[in-house]
Design a protein around this ligand. Structure first.
Ligand code: ADP
Ligand code: ZN
Ligand code: ZN
Length: 726
């Protein structure tokens, strides 16, 4: 018997599978982690296949040294996903494998944790030693007690004697480091409405198929997911529930915990490695059968999957931007296919690509038309900021908004203020010569953070001293750039000194616990104001929020990529959806310098279909996805000349491919990336757009070219359908 083994080496650029002999003295299964001889050393590897013959010279093959675990770490489905990702996303097998395993498991640093308990062996307390008697009495009263807790109160040596005499027994038990949900959600007895029932019925009756569940915010999509999953569990199957990382709110978690108890395992970046490991293990052993988490949860070790749900499917976080790069939808779709189960994509603002797939018949549409609380969606009022300036208001808040804010506070209600920019001001600029401080390692301007009086790079987190005089011309008149969260909070405190203001952005919520605390405090305080970035746009369900202010709606519109308008539309809809979720009516004030832009007109009337029509015709005319496949070959390295040369070399070879398939290429161009340098690395790119017809064949040829890197210390990434083009 022979095993195909993927070796765990990070440096190898080569994607090669090695064959080893399986010794007759032990068994090996697919998915096993094994120790193998590799070169002059030994190395860890993963068995991805077993076979009777090897294509290589069998006499030269070496043998597997040993298996490292009792059961295979990787499921059969995990392995199939890895091969799929290799083919579609240029993902190295070993990188795919690591996505399937909890962090640090491979290094052996995280292990299962056990706790020792002590309990009485007999009912008769037979001792003359008073210290021992104390222990026995305590155990009689409390039953089973953790050994460490016991010895922190009582003598450890007395306990030892009692154990030796057989009066007390110690037992080891597996300890689950299960993340706690300390957020309480009120228990509602929800009776699904007709639309919801129909949705659940269609999904649960289906085999492999992709459903797009399109329902406005608050239309009860989550309730649909919960009911679908409940029915899947009844059939003894398992479920994967994916949500964007930032909307993995305590509320969402609490709702699932309430519905499913310990059957749900949660996986997100806020967990400790130990917690992640235990949640993973609970899934692997079948103790938990629902995996709830952000995108990498699609690799959860489940078998017999009955449904996969991707909530807020339009969210950019489903595309992994750092290595390994992959698109969660495609991975989930493949997983649904091999499990012959439905995939549900839910959103109030489906991505243009997904909605297009409904039109072409690839996806099936399910609609939820009204909000579950039967309330209208909050009214969105557009305020022209240019007009404000003409009226003499150069403040960041419009008169309209201030007016509404006062009302809101008077009524002891809550307001949320959304600005997609953290820090105090987006940059500093010398008024005399126009100098703008930039990061040494990145091609971006530094953001001013007033709190710690620093300039920070938002790409590499490097910090710099703040400017008081211009280093170029010596002038001391420095101008602030566009407002960020910190400056808004400062302004609010001036305007409304007695009203509590909370802030949520990447600076305040590095720590997940801190994030939850802020949400809870805001939830409990009325009147109050919450200022935040996109972090506050999703998922939250606050009953007393009646006003939402979008301070600078145009921020995301200015990004120079073809999804900018779509993203703006989504953000507005999401943020607006935070208002008026319970009995009280909500209101939204949207401040912009482009009040006539179609994105605002469509968003203000919640007209997704009108927006889709404008957007899709634009994409078709300008040859952008979903009408073409878009790829970016990213070449990165510290030495600019090497990066340039490598880019050039790849470009030349891609041009050869274009010669062969000239009618399939829409676009092929090599250039510097918009952010030419990040974290000290130079970045060049080749952008490619292909008509769909032959794109699969061409993409695999492009991958072949990119696998073959010539320059040392230059990395090449290929992004299939990239979300972020910076
Ligand atoms: P979505 O996921 O579409 O934003 P949710 O499922 O979170 O919507 O539902 C919004 C609110 O309406 C929640 O508070 C939920 O408990 C409630 N809800 C959902 N469905 C119903 C229903 N059929 N009857 C009453 N309340 C419902
Ligand atoms: Zn200057
Ligand atoms: Zn930087």
């Amino acid at each position: 018997m022979f095993a195909s083994v993927v070796i765990d080496v990070s440096t190898s650029k080569l994607e090669k599978i090695f064959d080893y002999i399986v010794p007759s003295c032990f068994q090996v299964s697919k998915g096993d982690r094994v120790l193998v001889p590799f070169g002059s050393k030994t190395n860890i590897g993963y068995v991805v296949d077993l076979k009777d013959t090897s294509g290589y010279d069998e006499s030269k093959l070496k043998s597997i040294i040993k298996r490292l675990d009792e059961t295979p770490l990787l499921t059969e489905d995990n392995l199939r996903l890895c091969f799929f990702m290799q083919k579609y996303f240029f993902t190295r097998l070993i990188d795919g494998i690591k996505l399937c395993l909890p962090p640090l498991v491979t290094s052996g640093k995280v292990k299962e944790s056990f706790v020792t308990y002590a309990h009485l062996n007999t009912d008769t307390l037979n001792t003359k030693n008073s210290k021992q008697l104390d222990i026995l009495l305590y155990l009689r009263e409390h039953g089973k007690v953790r050994q460490d807790a016991l010895t922190s109160h009582f003598s450890a040596s007395s306990l030892k004697t009692l154990v030796k005499n057989g009066q007390v027994v110690l037992s080891k038990e597996k300890q689950n480091r299960t993340p706690e949900s300390n957020f309480t959600v009120e228990k509602k007895n929800i009776v699904l409405n007709e639309e919801q029932l129909e949705a659940v019925k269609r999904i649960t009756r289906s085999k492999y198929n992709t459903f797009l569940l399109h329902g406005v915010t608050g239309s009860g999509k989550t309730e649909v997911y919960i009911n679908v999953i409940r029915s899947v569990l009844k059939e003894n199957k398992t479920a994967i529930m994916l949500v964007p990382e930032i909307s993995l709110t305590p509320q969402m978690f609490a709702r699932f915990k309430q519905a499913f108890g310990d059957t749900v395992a949660i996986l997100h970046s806020g967990l400790s490695p130990g917690e992640k490991f235990d949640e993973w293990l609970r899934l692997k052993r079948g103790e938990a059968r629902i995996a709830l988490g952000a995108r990498s949860c699609v690799f959860a070790p489940l078998t017999n999957i009955g449904v996969i749900v991707i909530d807020e499917e339009h969210d950019g976080s489903y595309y992994s931007e750092s290595n390994p790069r992959f698109h969660t939808h495609e991975v989930a779709r493949f997983l649904a296919y091999i499990n012959n189960c439905p995939l549900v994509l839910g959103s109030a603002t489906p991505s243009i690509e997904s909605f297009y797939k409904v039109k072409t018949g690839e996806y099936s549409l399910i609609k939820l038309q009204s909000r579950a609380n039967k309330k209208e969606l909050p009214n969105i009022e557009i305020v022209d900021m240019l007009l404000e300036v003409r009226k003499g208001n150069i403040n960041m808040f419009s008169y309209r908004f201030l007016n509404e804010l006062e009302h809101c506070i008077e009524k002891k209600e809550q307001a949320m203020i959304f600005i997609n920019r953290r820090g105090y001001s987006s940059f500093l600029m010398c008024k005399e010569c126009g100098y703008v401080p930039k990061c040494e390692d990145c091609d971006v301007s530094l953001v001013y953070h007033k709190e710690d009086n620093m300039l920070k790079c938002h790409y590499c987190a490097k910090r710099y001293k703040v400017l008081t005089t211009c280093p170029k011309c010596g002038s001391s008149s420095i101008r602030y750039g566009a407002v960020g969260t910190q400056r808004i909070v400062e302004e609010l405190k001036k305007l409304l000194p007695n009203i509590p203001v909370f802030r949520l952005d990447n600076d305040t919520s590095r720590d997940k616990k801190e994030f939850v605390r802020t949400l809870e405090s805001f939830n409990k305080t009325s009147p109050s104001i919450l200022v935040g970035t996109q972090m506050i746009a999703k998922g939250h369900d606050f009953n007393n929020v009646t006003l939402v202010g979008i301070i600078d709606a145009d921020v995301s519109l200015h990004f120079s990529d073809y999804r900018a308008t779509e993203r703006t539309f989504n953000l507005i809809t999401q943020v607006a959806g935070r208002a008026g979720r319970s009995e009280k009516e909500g209101k939204v004030i949207l401040q912009t310098y482009y009040p006539k832009h179609y994105v605002y007109r469509c968003a203000a009337t919640y007209d997704y279909n009108a927006f889709y029509k404008r957007e899709i015709s634009m994409r078709e005319l300008s040859h952008f996805p979903p009408f073409v496949s878009m790829l970016r070959v990213l070449v990165v390295g510290q030495n600019e000349e090497k990066v340039r040369l490598e880019t050039e070399r790849i470009f030349v070879r891609l041009k050869q491919i274009r010669e062969e398939y000239s009618s399939d290429f829409v676009y092929l161009q090599a250039m510097k990336c918009p952010k030419k340098r990040l974290q000290g690395n130079f970045r060049y790119e080749v952008m490619i757009r292909l008509y769909k017809k032959n794109s699969e064949v061409i993409i695999s040829k492009i991958y072949d070219v990119c696998r073959d890197v010539k320059e040392n210390k230059v990395s090449i990434f290929v992004e299939n359908d990239p979300q972020n083009l910076s």
